[in-house]
Write a protein that binds this ligand. Structure first.
Ligand code: NAD
Length: 347
């Protein structure tokens, strides 16, 4: 595997390989772009099939963080760390302390936090060796209410774009996944009179949420095809794919999940079908805004104000897409790339 061509193709500034024999740590940290500020992004602990898969994943995730922070107006770059191996077998204080020492050596150019496979307790262990870590058990806590709040604002912006009014009263909204983000979102939508169609693999939890919000329970395999105003994916990535895109029954796709489009081609198809897609990393930036605020001491009012501005950002993305006649994911990328370009920062 040739690493430099992959770094060049994806605009990655640095890749750091870290290994520590005694703890069994094998990790890669990718710093994608630091033009706007130090690179923030969580650490994933995953049993990758190969080193190549881990390197490709860390690069893709770091790149995603640069775009998300840039569009959210944060003065932060994008980075990510991956620890290779089975978290159940390898997780130890010794391993996270070793990882923390590597992060400390980067002198603040990379700031880590939780991601899939890591927990606040792991962040506490990293924090024994470096201050460049967020999401410890004593910090601001679970970001998902803020993620949901941003998604709620983005849905209202999209409704206004399509129907001329952001009112939720009577709008049919299908929410896929009623976990942390989805359940908070449903409560906010139902308070304003939205008619909810909900599904989750955990049918009991979903049924309880239906009782609480007046929602109707739907089957997970057909939720995307229901006739509705908004389809809100809040579970998995890749939900808009070859098998689902032509069955969609909504006017708008806007939800909290990461990597909603299986590929860019599906974003082009949504545009051709006249379905308004609010790009995932724009609408779900509430979590990173919340985590980034921990760098400056956590002020819930400040975080809420920044998260509410996600509505304006979504509006801007939809307007650029309409004006330039380009898919919304391209409009979002263009806004992010403009913020990240050295010329913009230096002018
Ligand atoms: P979560 O694990 O709490 O909830 C996900 C829910 O989706 C679970 O209840 C699960 O049972 C359900 N689910 C999984 N597959 C499903 C399927 N096929 N059909 C229906 N339901 C299914 O996770 P979360 O924190 O709520 O995150 C949800 C999504 O939002 C993820 O894609 C995550 O990457 C993204 N996201 C989360 C945050 C955050 O602050 N938590 C921030 C940004 C993005």
């Amino acid at each position: 595997m040739d690493i430099f061509p992959i770094m060049q193709d994806n605009g990655v500034e640095n890749l750091y390989f870290c290994q520590d024999g005694p703890s069994g740590l094998k990790a890669v940290i990718a710093i994608h772009n630091t033009i706007l500020g130090p690179a923030l992004g969580g650490t994933r602990f995953w049993n990758y099939a190969s080193e190549e898969e881990a390197i490709r994943d860390v690069i893709r995730l770091a790149q995603g963080m640069s775009y998300k922070s840039a569009v959210a107006g944060l003065n932060l770059g994008g980075g990510k760390g991956v620890i290779l191996g089975d978290p159940e077998k390898l997780r130890s204080r010794q391993l996270f302390k070793a990882y923390g020492r590597f992060i400390e050596r980067l002198g603040g150019m990379y700031i880590t936090a939780e991601d899939a496979g890591t927990t606040p307790r792991d962040m506490d262990w990293i924090a024994e060796e470096t201050r460049w870590v967020l999401g410890t058990s004593s910090s601001g806590g679970d970001p998902s209410p803020y993620t949901a709040r941003g998604v709620y604002q983005g849905i209202k912006a999209a409704l206004e774009f399509v129907y001329g009014t952001p009112e939720l009263e009577g709008r049919r909204i299908a929410v896929q996944g009623t976990g942390n983000v989805g359940s908070h979102l449903c409560r906010m939508l139902s308070r304003e009179g939205a008619r909810l169609l909900l599904c989750d693999l955990d049918q009991n939890a979903c049924s309880l949420l239906c009782q609480e919000t007046g929602g109707e329970q739907a089957t997970p395999d057909r939720i995307h095809a229901l006739e509705c105003d908004v389809f809100a994916p809040c579970a998995l990535g890749g939900v808009i794919n070859e098998n689902t895109v032509r069955d969609l029954g909504c006017r708008i796709v806007a939800g909290g999940a990461n990597n909603v489009l299986a590929s860019k081609r599906h974003g082009d198809m949504l545009q051709e079908m006249g379905i308004v897609y609010v790009p995932d990393y724009v609408i779900n930036a509430g979590g990173v805004i919340c985590v980034a605020q921990q760098l400056h001491g956590f002020d819930p009012d400040k975080v809420a104000a920044k998260v509410d501005a996600i509505g304006d950002t979504c509006r801007r993305v939809l307007e650029v897409s309409q004006k330039e006649n380009i898919p919304t994911y391209r409009a979002a990328d263009a806004i992010a790339e403009e913020r990240m370009s050295r010329e913009t920062v230096e002018s």
